[in-house]
Design a protein around this ligand. Structure first.
Ligand SMILES: Cc1cc2nc3c(=O)[nH]c(=O)nc-3n(C[C@H](O)[C@H](O)[C@H](O)COP(=O)(O)OP(=O)(O)OC[C@H]3O[C@@H](n4cnc5c(N)ncnc54)[C@H](O)[C@@H]3O)c2cc1C
Ligand code: SF4
Length: 432
């Protein structure tokens, strides 16, 4: 069966929801969104009630409705032998209905608690934590080192996936509800954490996880090899310093970040684009031997002008001299690669070379950047360690989002922001 996606089909799609006894979609969604319930309301044209229900569990449905990797749809029971319900499209339709009908408006808290909270970082975790704490009556200030709030949603995820005006629309409402934003303030550099501890009753660290994994092979020092985030931030800020225009681009890494680099390079007019990944190609659909709902994620297929190759190990970068600059004396010219088997062992006789003049390393992220001057316990992976109440080893300092769980997803950052806010609220009530 072919399922049409799009706003016109929202009610059709909602009608496909089977209202399962055990709705795995609800279990699959990290936020526990009430999916069968709002699908039923959508089918019955009760949009306002559908939004109220969606809003009760998700502070950013206009974002997840666009870029969430649909963990819920992979868990949809219909997906066992048919296309799953297009849950994300329906979520987006409800969210956009609410915005266009004035249902999303500032609702400042009726009473203030007199307690002050500092949130460090304005990605989804920090923003949602701030929104929840503000609703609970606390006075919240968000500190952000970048020039605008939004975190990776603003400066990592490309505009064609998530227009930045959508973030401004929501942040404007939060500002009207009373949250204050101080941008261009790097906590630990411009203001020490101790100062926040003195001025605020609690501090939440939501600084993300941005230390990139490197590829330390011969030739890594050549000009023209960049980390994916440096390239994506530059593209989002439209500085034009790091453009792919007219270049032979190779993206190393087959995940979401790599895909964002590929499609950005395509839009910038790259001469050629090749994406390589060390792991074997994942199956595009639920394997027959595993039909029951479970987390499963396939990568996007090939598009025009984009070549993808799996099971490829990069052994070395080769360079060529540039005539113009003595500092930039050696530029990247290509990659020496070899195919690997499922155990990632090199396969003799499969060596090959790829031409490149821009190489983007999208190999994932290792851990959060430390906050200068803050002595805090880390977990085994270098993330900020907390107890079950999201409190770090420093009393009154909490952590949430990628900084606590490692590089993840927007939907998990929203979850973390909400959970941390609940924990901070409890802490502040006990402090009274
Ligand atoms: C390129 C890319 C594409 C992605 N695409 C998707 C996608 O399509 N769907 C999806 O669900 N997830 C996606 N993700 C993952 C998702 O964006 C992250 O998991 C999510 O943004 C994490 O939220 P966060 O609030 O924890 O951190 P972040 O979004 O990283 O925000 C942290 C913020 O803290 C600020 N900060 C850090 N230190 C300080 C300091 N000392 N002082 C002040 N401010 C500070 C940073 O400047 C930043 O703004 C993507 C990630 C990347 C890198
Ligand atoms: S937030 Fe993501 S997992 Fe949850 S319902 Fe929306 S699309 Fe599905």
């Amino acid at each position: 069966m072919t399922v049409k996606r799009g706003a016109g089909d929202v009610r059709d799609q909602a009608s496909r929801c089977m209202d399962c006894g055990t709705p795995f979609c609800h279990w699959g969604c990290p936020l526990g969104n009430y999916i069968p319930e709002w699908n039923d309301l959508v089918y019955n044209r009760q949009w306002e009630r559908a939004f109220a229900l969606l809003d009760a569990s998700n502070n950013l449905p206009e974002v997840t409705g666009r870029i969430c990797p649909v963990i819920c749809e992979f868990a949809c029971v219909l997906g066992i032998n048919d296309d799953p319900v297009t849950i994300r499209d329906n979520e987006l339709a409800v969210a956009e209905y609410a915005f266009s009908h004035g249902l999303v408006r500032p609702k400042p808290p009726k009473k203030r608690s007199g307690k002050k909270v500092a949130v460090v970082g304005s990605g989804p975790a920090g923003l949602v934590c701030a929104a929840q704490l503000n609703q609970a009556g606390h006075t919240v200030t968000v500190f952000e080192k970048d020039d605008k709030p939004g975190g990776i949603m603003r400066y990592g995820i490309p505009d064609f996936k998530l227009e930045k005006g959508l973030l401004d629309r929501r942040i404007d409402i939060w500002q009207q509800e009373g949250i204050s934003f101080q941008t261009g303030v790097n906590i630990g550099v411009d203001r020490p954490v101790e100062q926040l501890q003195k001025e605020f009753d609690a501090v939440v660290l939501a600084g993300g996880s941005r230390v990139p994994r490197d590829l330390k092979v011969p030739g890594r020092e050549l000009t023209g090899i960049h980390f994916a985030m440096d390239y994506l931030v530059d593209a989002n800020k439209q500085t034009g310093k790091l453009t792919a225009k007219g270049k032979k681009v190779v993206v190393i890494g087959g995940g979401d970040t790599g895909a964002d680099c590929v499609h950005t390079a395509q839009r910038q007019g790259a001469a050629s684009i090749k994406q390589i990944e060390i792991l074997p190609k994942p199956p595009a659909q639920r394997p027959p031997e595993q039909p029951w709902p479970r987390y499963f994620k396939a990568l996007t297929g090939c598009e025009d002008g984009i070549e993808r190759e799996w099971s490829v190990l990069t052994k070395e970068f080769t360079g060529c001299e540039t005539s113009t600059s003595s500092v930039e004396s050696l530029r990247v010219a290509g990659l020496k690669c070899v195919k690997v088997d499922a155990a990632l062992k090199e396969m003799p006789g499969t060596e090959f070379e790829i031409d490149a003049d821009l190489v983007l390393l999208a190999l994932g992220f290792l851990r959060p950047e430390p906050i200068k001057g803050l002595e805090i316990e880390l977990d085994q992976r270098g993330n900020f360690k907390t107890d079950e109440n999201y409190m770090t080893s420093a009393k009154g300092i909490f952590a949430a989002g990628d900084m606590r769980r490692g590089q993840s997803l927007v939907v998990w950052a929203i979850y973390e922001g909400r959970q941390a806010a609940e924990a901070v609220d409890r802490f502040l009530k006990e402090k009274r």
